[in-house]
Design a protein around this ligand. Sequence first.
Ligand code: GLN
Length: 546
Amino acid sequence: MKKQKYIFVIGGVMSGVGKGITTASIGAILESKGFKVNLIKIDPYLNVDAGTMNPTEHGEAFVLDSGLETDQDMGNYERFLNKSLSNDDYITSGMVYRAVIERERNLGYGGKCVEAIPHITDEILMRINRAAMENKSDISVVEIGGTIGDYQNALFIETARILKIKHPEDVMTVLVSYLPIPNTIGEMKSKPTQNAIRQLNSYGVHADMIIARSPLPVDDKRKEKIANATSVPATHIISAPDIESVYDVPLNFEKDKVGEIVMRILRLRKKGSAPGLGAWENFAKSVKTFKKIVKIGIVGKYFDTGDFVLSDAYISVIEALKFSAYSIGVKAELEWINAKSFERGADISTLGKYDGILVPGGFGETGIEGKIRAIQYARENNVPYFGLCYGMQLMVIEYARNVLDLKSAHTTEIVKDSEHPVVHIMPDQEKKLLEKAYGGTMRLGAYPSILKKGSVAAIAYGKEVIEERHRHRYEVNNAYRKMLENGGLIFSGTSPDGLLAEIAELPKKKHPFFLGTQFHPEFKARPLDPHPLFTAFIKASIVSKK
Ligand code: GLN
């Protein structure tokens, strides 16, 4: 039987220094060496999934094909591996506890006392192994969220320890640490890392490799210092200074022989055929060798805690725009426009400086009138427009209000008894809201759509059957579809039964690019496989460039 190998990635010192990118990069390197890899994110919080969390606090909810709403790291994993991951690649404490408690209620433990160890750790292990089986992988890279020392992480670290005892040659641990350079001292300090390793040791887990993150490269002297104070050899301490593009990380790791070190520790034999990192190198080059800049304005609302969080809330959209731009030799320069500002009287014509305008997904009333005005501006001034989910629904509302003259057109998400509910709740969703069953109940995950021959969408995709990921409760109201179509809007994509509007667009002769999707194409955009709709939008934006 094939032996599964496991790499646990754990954070020390502080969070937010690139554990997710490290995990994804190790995965990309091992795949480039011909191994099949699956990446698992463990989130220690009690939410059963990431769908109920506010994006300003926790960043975007990334949706898998299965419909599971997950942490944005899962997006990084899929982008770096260039493949879709399985439902079991995402684990939260909430999921694990729920399963164990439900099993206990069903007498699944046969009258035994159910305890954190071994029952919770067994459940975690079972899920890790199930994910490996589903992905048919050789190696599972498991990222444990947060940092060592967080109480809520202890059972996950304990699971890693138990696994290592059972399979000493098949399990390794990578510590992602941080070496600060305090301004007042001006010197890189290794003590927090030394302490983090000791803390990890106190769990009975030993680091096999350290990814030493720092503003600057970590020199040999510090590597020696860490090596002397711990049991990690200096050659297994990898300097990982801040860099501009996260897509350089796999290449930098490869230069430092991370792949070879992992192979040695896990006793992995070299594969005969391996794809290598050539495609990745080409992509990393395109990030630096663009010829033109295209300016895209993103009209959004998740601004409350500053720009950093904003980019977290829309990370897949941002990355999707960049990938498509790089793939045609340009750089997408993105600017955030707070939709609320147009409601407070900001001049809408300031949108004139953008080559393209995008309204991403969203929920609720905040900024909605500002977004609708931005869409109207794009339509009337021939500025390419791309609407994602809410951005598509609002595009339909704008069209109904300003072209069909249905001035009160709205979505029942905001006005329950709207006179013209051009967007309304999906029939099976109404009951869920009444029961307050909010978690994991939207229309989620991958569904097929059929595209209209010759439409902007069909031409962009180059095919007429597609599959994209969804996350919504509302939809275009079919009672208004004929009227909208007679008014010139084309529903160029629908569910196979024709009942659900998936794409709305204006024909090329009426507008350079005015298209919205009920689904979220951004979830399937990859650096090595940019999304055709984003590419079509960027291309149209270049043409309309002033
Ligand atoms: N709020 C809208 C809905 O629930 C759009 C959701 C979204 O943009 N993801 O249908």
